[in-house]
Design a protein around this ligand. Structure first.
Ligand code: DAT
Ligand code: MG
Length: 138
């Protein structure tokens, strides 16, 4: 048994498009528990810490700008292997090629922008989850 906690974000595009409820529904339907939930206007400092691994990449600045463009819904989700499980629910990064049945595959749009506006974030490892939950739910 390996009950884990992960950080899920409904990004500004998801909130603006009115998809928060649909995304929460999919998380709960899978059997994960919504252990904490917050409506956040993220500042640059939080976003820089959150996306530190991507600093210097061509999409970094547009990513930070996009993530600060509107409110985010931050979720602490808990469940058996939820870290990997939510990444599977979310689908791969590029919404055009993300598999149908996933959040990004079903609902994501390719807007032709410099950064993928792909609706959700999910931590990618136990270490990332601990670090990111500490940032968003300090
Ligand atoms: P993920 O969100 O699937 O974990 P990531 O951590 O590699 O993907 O990148 C963080 C975000 O940055 C991603 O959700 C969208 C954006 N991004 C990543 N790679 C990109 C690329 N090649 N072009 C545009 N945006 C990108
Ligand atoms: Mg990532």
């Amino acid at each position: 048994m390996s009950v884990e906690a992960t950080l899920i974000l409904v990004k500004p595009d998801g909130v603006a498009r009115g998809l928060t409820g649909e995304i929460l529904r999919r998380i709960e339907a899978k059997g994960y528990r919504l252990a904490d939930l917050a409506y956040v206007h993220a500042d640059r400092e939080l976003l820089a810490a959150h996306y530190a691994e991507h600093e210097g990449k061509p999409f970094y600045e547009p990513l930070i700008e996009f993530m600060s463009s509107g409110p985010i819904v931050a979720i602490r989700a808990e469940g058996e292997r939820v870290i990997e499980g939510f990444r599977v629910l979310a689908g791969t990064t590029d919404p055009t090629t993300a598999a149908p049945g996933t959040i990004r595959g079903d609902l994501g749009r390719d807007w032709g922008l410099r950064v993928q506006q792909n609706l959700v974030h999910g931590s990618d490892s136990v270490e990332s989850a601990e670090r990111e939950l500490g940032l968003w739910f300090a």
